[in-house]
Ligand binder design. Structure first.
Ligand SMILES: NC(=O)c1ccc[n+]([C@@H]2O[C@H](COP(=O)([O-])OP(=O)(O)OC[C@H]3O[C@@H](n4cnc5c(N)ncnc54)[C@H](OP(=O)(O)O)[C@@H]3O)[C@@H](O)[C@H]2O)c1
Length: 251
C-alpha cells in the first residue's frame, strides 16, 4: 500500500493499525498469521464455510500465506483436511511435514486423474479455493451435496492471456446445491479483534505453526513477488527491508 521503500511517511493515522506486541509472537507474523492473510483464512473458513467436525476440507495452495492457516484452523475444528501444493519439493519439504498437522499433496495430477476418491471417499464438504481454474473445476466435480466453496483467490488466472477452456463443471452447483461465494477479507473487518484473540491463543498454545519464506533486502522484492506466480515460495513470502546493522534490535 505504501510502495516498496525502506521508510514511509504516512499522514493519515487511520491507515495504520497499532500492534499490541507480544514478544512470543515474531513481529513479521503480523504480516501473515496475525495479519491480512490469516484474517482472510479466518473469514473465508468460518464466515463462508461453517466447518463442522468430521467434514472433508480441501485447500489449494495449502503451503502459502493463507492456505496453511485455513488447513490448521479446519483441523482444529475436527475436520479431515487435505491441502495441495504445486511441487514435489514442497510436499517433501521438511518444514512443511513437521509443521503442518494436515496433509499436503501434489497439485493437479491426483485430484484430476484419481477423481479425489483416495483422499475424499465421500467427496469434499468444503473447498477453500486459492487458485481457481482447473483446480476449481476438479473440485466442483467432487463436491458433496450441500458443499461450500469459499472463492478466495484465482492465482492461476492472473497471467492467463487467452480465455482457455473455462469452468466445465459449474452445473454441479445446482445438482449438489453447493454454496459458492467469493469474498474480500475487508468485508469482515469488524471481526478482526475476534480473529486476533482466536488465532493468537491457538498460536501461543502451540496448536498452530506458521511457515515463512524470508528474503533479505528490498532489492529481492521483485523476484519474491514474481515467485508467487510460479509457486517458488514455501510459506508466507516476506521481504525483510531492515538494513543488516539494525536487525539485531528488530526483535
Ligand atoms: N479474497 C481476499 O480477500 C484475499 C486476501 C488475500 C489473498 N487472497 C488470495 O488468496 C490466494 C492465496 O494468497 P497467498 O497470499 O496465500 O499466496 P501464496 O499461497 O502464499 O502464494 C501463491 C501460491 O499460489 C500457487 N500458484 C501460483 N500460480 C499458480 C497457478 N498458475 N496455478 C495454481 N497455483 C498457483 C502457488 O502455490 P503451489 O505451488 O503450492 O500451488 C504459490 O505458492 C491468492 O489467490 C490471493 O490472491 C484473497
Amino acid at each position: 500500500m505504501t510502495g516498496w521503500e525502506e521508510y514511509t511517511l504516512i499522514q493519515k493515522p487511520q491507515q495504520l493499525r497499532k500492534i499490541s506486541r507480544n514478544h512470543a509472537v515474531p513481529l513479521s507474523y503480523h504480516l501473515g498469521l496475525l495479519g491480512m492473510p490469516g484474517f482472510t483464512a479466518y473469514c473465508g473458513l468460518y464466515e463462508l464455510c461453517s466447518p463442522k467436525a468430521g467434514e472433508f476440507v480441501f485447500v489449494s495452495a495449502a503451503s502459502g500465506a493463507v492456505g496453511q492457516i485455513v488447513g490448521q484452523l479446519a483441523k482444529l475444528e475436527g475436520c479431515r483436511v487435505v491441502g495441495s501444493a504445486g511441487s514435489a519439493t514442497k510436499v517433501v519439504n521438511r518444514r512443511l511435514k513437521i509443521s503442518f498437522s494436515f496433509w499436503v499433496s501434489v497439485n493437479w495430477s491426483w485430484i484430476v486423474q484419481k477423481n479425489c476418491c483416495r483422499y475424499f471417499p465421500q467427496g469434499i464438504d468444503i473447498y477453500f479455493d486459492n487458485v481457481g481454474g482447473e483446480m476449481l473445476d476438479a473440485a466442483l466435480l467432487n463436491m458433496r451435496v450441500k458443499g461450500r466453496i469459499a472463492v478466495c483467490g484465482m492465482v492461476s488466472q492472473h497471467a492467463v492471456t487467452d480465455s482457455g477452456p473455462g469452468i466445465r463443471n459449474i452445473s454441479n452447483v445446482i445438482v449438489k446445491r453447493i454454496k459458492m461465494q467469493g469474498f474480500l477479507q475487508s468485508d469482515f473487518l469488524h471481526l478482526y479483534p475476534r480473529f486476533l484473540d482466536h488465532v493468537t491463543a491457538h498460536f501461543l498454545a502451540g496448536d498452530i505453526v506458521y511457515v515463512e519464506d524470508v528474503d533479505d533486502g528490498l532489492e529481492s522484492a521483485p523476484a519474491a513477488l514474481a515467485g508467487l506466480f510460479t509457486g517458488e515460495n514455501i510459506g508466507k513470502k516476506v521481504v525483510r527491508v531492515v538494513p543488516p546493522e539494525s536487525r539485531n534490535s528488530m526483535n
